[in-house]
Design a protein around this ligand. Structure first.
Ligand code: ZN
Length: 314
C-alpha cells in the first residue's frame, strides 16, 4: 500500500512542476523531450511528470491525476485533435478505455472535483518526440456518455467578471473568453512549436536560424479557428519574410520557388532588399521539413500564390 501525500504537498508539487516547466520552456517557447522532462526533481527526488505508457499520469503518491498527454500524429494520419474539440470549441480529453473507474480516469475526475491544476503535454513530433507543455490546465466538466473530459487551459482565478447582468449573458461572456484564451494559450503555441520544429528552427526562405526572429506563418489564413492548424498549412518564416509573404511582396509557387514582386525587382536599395529579397527571386525554398508529410500543401500554396500574381503591378 502506498502512502498518499497530503493535499497541501500535492498542490506544492503541481505549483513547482508548473513553474519548472515555465522556466525550462522559456514560458512555452521551447518544447521538451521525455528525457529532458526527467530533469524535474521534487524535494530532492526525481519525479516523473509524464507517464511512460499511458496518456494520463496518476502518480501513486497522489490521489488525483497530475498530467495528460496527447500523442503526435503526422499530417494525414487521423487529423490531430479534430475529434477532441467540443461544440463549444473547448478541447476534450478521452477517458482511458471504457471503464470510468480506472485509477487514471478516477484520478482525472478527482482533479476536476478538487479544481486542481494539471499539465497537458502535446506531442509535436521530432526525433526524439518533443512535447509542448500547456499549463496550468483545468478540467471544467465531464461528458460521461462520450467518455471524455472538458478542458480549459485557463485558471478560473483569471475569470474576474464584475457587474455582469443576467447569468445567461455572463455565461456567454465566459464562454467567449474561454474560446479566445484556448486559441491564445493552446492552439497558437502548439501550431508555432510544431511548425518551427518541422523546419528545424530555420526560415524557409532564407534559412535564418534564430527562433526569436521566426514566426509560424499560415499559408492560407486560419479561417476555421477550431482546433490546431495542420503543419502543412504552415511555413517557418523570419519576421521580414513573413510580412513580405502576407503582403504579397513575396510569393511561393506550388513547386516551392520564391518570387519577388516585379516592381521591387527593379528597385535599388540597401542590403535587405538586395540580399534578403531580390536575391531570393526564382530560388527554391532553402528549408523544408525533412518529413515529406509535413511539407507545405501545394494546393494551399497555390491559393496564396494566385493572390500574389494578382498583386503584381500592371
Ligand atoms: Zn527569412
Amino acid at each position: 500500500m502506498s502512502h498518499k501525500w497530503s493535499q497541501f504537498k500535492d498542490l506544492r508539487l503541481r505549483r513547482e512542476a508548473i513553474s519548472w516547466l515555465q522556466i525550462r520552456t522559456s514560458g512555452g517557447v521551447h518544447s521538451l523531450s521525455r528525457e529532458e522532462l526527467n530533469d524535474f526533481f521534487f524535494d530532492g527526488q526525481p519525479f516523473k511528470l509524464i507517464d511512460p505508457m499511458k496518456g494520463i499520469r496518476k502518480p501513486a503518491e497522489l490521489e488525483a491525476a497530475l498530467s495528460i498527454m496527447t500523442a503526435y500524429r503526422k499530417p494525414g494520419e487521423d487529423r490531430p485533435y479534430a475529434d477532441d474539440v467540443g461544440p463549444d470549441d473547448l478541447p476534450r480529453y478521452m477517458w482511458e478505455g471504457n471503464n470510468p473507474e480506472t485509477s487514471t480516469n478516477a484520478g482525472l475526475r478527482l482533479a476536476y472535483e478538487r479544481n486542481l491544476p494539471i499539465i497537458w503535454f502535446i506531442g509535436i513530433g521530432g526525433s526524439p518526440t518533443q512535447f509542448h507543455a500547456v499549463c496550468p490546465v483545468k478540467i471544467i466538466g465531464e461528458e460521461r456518455s462520450l467518455k471524455r473530459f472538458v478542458l480549459s487551459p485557463v485558471l478560473e482565478d483569471d475569470l474576474t467578471f464584475a457587474g455582469l447582468g443576467d447569468p445567461g449573458s455572463a455565461e456567454n461572456i465566459i464562454k467567449k473568453y474561454l474560446q479566445r484564451e484556448t486559441k491564445i494559450r493552446l492552439h497558437q503555441p502548439v501550431f508555432r512549436a510544431s511548425v518551427i520544429r518541422a523546419y528545424n528552427g530555420r526560415c524557409a526562405v532564407c534559412s535564418l536560424g534564430h527562433e526569436i526572429l521566426l514566426d509560424a506563418a499560415h499559408i492560407v489564413p486560419d479561417s476555421d479557428d477550431r482546433g490546431i492548424a495542420s503543419v502543412t498549412n504552415g511555413l517557418a518564416l523570419c519576421k521580414i519574410h513573413h510580412a513580405a509573404y502576407d503582403s504579397s511582396i513575396l510569393g511561393i509557387s506550388p513547386d516551392y520557388t520564391v518570387e519577388i514582386r516585379r516592381d521591387l525587382m527593379e528597385e535599388n536599395d540597401g542590403p535587405m532588399l538586395e540580399h534578403g529579397l531580390k536575391e531570393r527571386h526564382k530560388e527554391k525554398l532553402m528549408t523544408l521539413p525533412s518529413i515529406m508529410k509535413e511539407r507545405p500543401d501545394r494546393e494551399l500554396l497555390d491559393i496564396t500564390y494566385q493572390k500574389f500574381l494578382l498583386a503584381q503591378p500592371a
